[in-house]
Design a protein around this ligand. Structure first.
Ligand code: KG4
Ligand code: ZN
Length: 337
């Protein structure tokens, strides 16, 4: 079976063609970074308009790359939520309309399920059950995964998402949007130990997260310690270490509570090298293993949507004819396969 995946929930237009026997046949991505850079963050209306411009050309490019056409497809998967409603509507209406026109089923995919299943696109894929740390720009979640659609949310952020905290702190440090990767780069020049930020909510039981205090700690330090280049790098280092440590402490706790030895990390922040290294070391110590997608599939992309859509399509879980988006959509409300 073969499926076209469309991702348009935020500021990336991602298109992919996935075949359940041959694997990924095409993968096209357009990032809107330049469109939003002047504003220091995503402008929803500009995002929607850019998705309108890019989606069809990218679908054409994906067919060209895969060397096939619409007649070879068994379905179309599109991100129906969560995300920016206007942006979601673009992918939803194009995906749903093409499926109607080509007389094939459409599948409405949950964006975070896409992230969660992205490690399955790699050769060495995790077996169920596993614990998933989902760390993106919009969400931070710890999930116990018994199978596809069998999700128990063990904890989530009570305020900013991890990626959001990276982006906001980067902005305070005068870095361009999107700040997460920039802050990580600056942190490599930082000296460890000059500043130490708190590890929020690790001193009490539970698996929820809070990151807004860290951003405030960084803001206060910038005010008091100055903003010369070395100080900024030292602050970036301290901030990143605090986030990574906090995430690692919570992962360890979740693995101990569930008795599971397999951890996956996914979402934009899972591209962070320090986080990967820290969790790899931790899992070695626990005789377990950590899995993550290749870097380009950590951030938003069409491949993860095509993959998740394929699993739902094979289970006959297709979308109704109406163009329905779900900007807010709890992950644990998804049906099992
Ligand atoms: O998953 P994603 O592409 O979009 C959402 O679903 O939100 O995640 C984007 C987030 C942004 O906040 C970005 O700054 C962060 O992931 N990010 C990183 C890194 N690469 C992307 N944060 C820290 N270190 C990185 N290397
Ligand atoms: Zn995402």
């Amino acid at each position: 079976m073969r499926i076209l995946g469309i991702e348009s929930s935020c500021d990336e237009t991602g298109i992919a063609i996935y075949d359940d026997e041959q694997g990924l046949l095409a993968h096209q991505l357009y990032s809107q970074v330049k469109v939003h850079a002047d504003y220091g963050g995503v402008v929803p209306e500009l995002a929607s308009r850019d998705h309108v411009r890019k989606t069809i050309p990218l679908i054409e490019a994906a067919f060209k790359q895969a060397g096939c056409g619409p007649e070879s497809l068994d379905g179309i998967a599109y991100t129906a939520g969560p995300g920016l409603v206007g942006a979601l509507l673009v992918g939803t209406s194009i995906g749903r309309s093409l499926a109607f026109g080509w007389n094939i089923p459409a599948v409405a995919v949950h964006h975070m399920e896409g992230h969660l299943l992205a490690p399955m696109l790699e050769e060495e894929m995790p077996e169920f059950p596993f614990v998933a740390l989902l760390v993106s720009g919009g969400h931070t979640m710890m999930v116990k995964v018994a199978g596809i659609g069998e999700y128990e949310v063990l904890g989530e952020s009570v305020d900013d998402a991890a990626g959001e905290a990276f982006d906001k702190t980067a902005k305070l440090l005068g870095l361009d949007y999107p700040g997460g990767p920039m802050l990580a780069k600056l942190a490599t020049k930082g000296v460890a130990g000059r500043f130490v930020f708190p590890r929020p909510m690790t001193d009490r039981p539970g698996l929820d997260f809070s990151f807004s205090g860290l951003k405030t700690a960084a803001a206060n330090t910038i005010k008091s310690a100055g903003d010369d280049e070395q100080t900024k790098a030292d602050i970036a280092h301290a901030f990143q270490t605090a986030v990574v440590d906090t995430l690692a402490i919570k992962c360890k706790r979740a693995l101990k509570e569930t008795g599971i030895k397999r951890l996956i990390i996914a979402g934009g922040v899972s591209a962070n090298t320090e986080l990967r290294t820290k969790l790899e070391r931790m899992m070695q110590g626990m005789q377990g293993k950590v899995y993550y997608p290749r870097t380009e599939f950590c951030t938003d992309n069409g491949a993860m949507i095509a993959y998740a859509g394929m699993q739902r399509l094979k289970a006959g879980q297709t979308a109704e004819l109406s163009m329905k988006t779900q900007p807010r959509w709890p992950l644990d409300s998804l049906p099992p396969l």
